[in-house]
Write a protein that binds this ligand. Structure first.
Ligand code: NAD
Length: 336
């Protein structure tokens, strides 16, 4: 039986990945500070632990009682994470860097220990890096801000979240070079879909816009940070999972590689698409707020060339599914 350990299995991407792996017949162990918020965990077993403590990391890697010698895959999604309202204010910088780096340091160190103790150790670990690690100066314009992987250096991410991702990419690469730990790294560009954070300050643009419009009256206005002309691309969760699994299963190519959509829109356009989906007549009120870079889009040449991946779902299709789910959450909240 194939087996996987999903770190961050209580979060958005981790809980979807656990469900997908189970549906493909994997034995799945999950670990996170918290259980998934919006549905039952699909994991066979779930360790509710803090991975900043290395003793807990030893426990989640411990296979006594199970009938396989090492996990086939580890998915490392656990991180201190949020949208612009959490990452770009500056108030959470030390926490973000400390917490996420500590988890990555612990996980790789435990894998090194396990590999030294077990000749049959074959586990490959996937690391979820982010487009936030690309240099700020490549993203100052809304016109053609396509980020190919080779633009990463000289480094200059615009947030400490991005610097931590860059450091951890290098950490994974170093453990691969020095200790032979098998790795795969993707740089995610704005993944969205149902069961993602949709309120509370850590939600990202698609969820925030869907929530504001779902909560609005038929003829209402919603607030958009900045002039709304900043550009981004958004990839639906199902396509992210498919691409991630294709990457980890590939024997030759380990990344780092972009996993993101090339369908770039302004935040104003994003709001217009969601307005149409909602059937409401929503106007936009632009206010000051944390913005992040001016323009960002994925460049998918490398993933097409190395893994043959091209995405088929339009932004609108993904937003329809996401809007319906968020509208349901808003209704539930109203009834409570
Ligand atoms: P998420 O916040 O929903 O999930 C992260 C999970 O990690 C949370 O459930 C959290 O409780 C857990 N976690 C944090 N610290 C922990 C600790 N000390 N011990 C145990 N668990 C801990 O985020 P997500 O959107 O699912 O993102 C998953 C990964 O992908 C993250 O590493 C994130 O940086 C990366 N990423 C995501 C996106 C995106 O658009 N969602 C984009 C780029 C990169």
């Amino acid at each position: 039986m194939k087996s996987a350990l999903v770190l961050g299995a209580g979060g958005f991407i981790g809980s979807h990945m656990a469900r997908k792996l189970r549906s493909e017949g994997y034995y799945v162990r999950g670990a996170d500070l918290k259980l998934p918020e919006f549905s039952e965990s699909a994991c066979n077993e779930f360790f509710k632990v803090d991975l900043r403590d290395i003793q807990n990391v030893h426990k989640v890697f411990d296979l006594s009682g199970l009938n396989f010698e090492s996990f086939d895959f580890v998915f490392q999604f656990a991180a201190d994470m949020g949208g612009a309202g959490f990452v770009f204010t500056g108030e959470n910088d030390a926490e973000i860097m400390h917490n996420s780096a500590m988890v990555n340091l612990n996980v790789l160190e435990v894998m090194r220990f396990q590999k030294a103790a077990n000749l049959n150790f074959q586990t490959k670990i996937f690391y979820s890096s982010s487009a936030c690690m690309y240099p700020e100066e490549k993203q100052l314009s809304t016109a053609n801000p396509k980020l190919s992987e080779d633009l990463a250096y000289p480094a200059n991410p615009d947030s400490e979240y991005g610097w931590e991702k860059l450091f951890s990419e290098r950490l994974f690469l170093a453990y691969n070079r020095n200790f032979g730990i098998k790795i795969a790294i993707a740089r995610y560009h704005n993944i969205f879909g149902p069961e993602g954070t949709w309120r509370g300050g850590r939600e990202k643009a698609p969820a925030a816009v869907c929530r504001k419009i779902a909560e609005a009256d038929k003829q209402d206005s919603i607030e958009i940070w900045g002039d709304g002309e900043q550009t981004r691309s958004f990839l639906f969760i199902d396509e992210c999972l498919e691409a991630t699994l294709t990457l980890v299963r590939n024997q030759e190519f380990n990344g780092p590689v972009n996993i993101g959509s090339e369908e770039m829109v302004t935040i104003n356009e994003l709001a217009r698409v969601v307005t149409e989906i909602s059937g409401k007549n929503i106007s936009l009120e632009h206010i000051s707020g944390p913005l992040g870079v001016r323009g960002r889009n994925s460049d998918n040449r490398l993933i097409r060339e190395k893994l043959g991946i091209s995405y088929s779902m339009s932004l609108e299709e993904g937003l329809r599914i996401t809007y319906d789910w968020i509208q349901e959450q808003v209704e539930k909240q109203r009834l409570n």
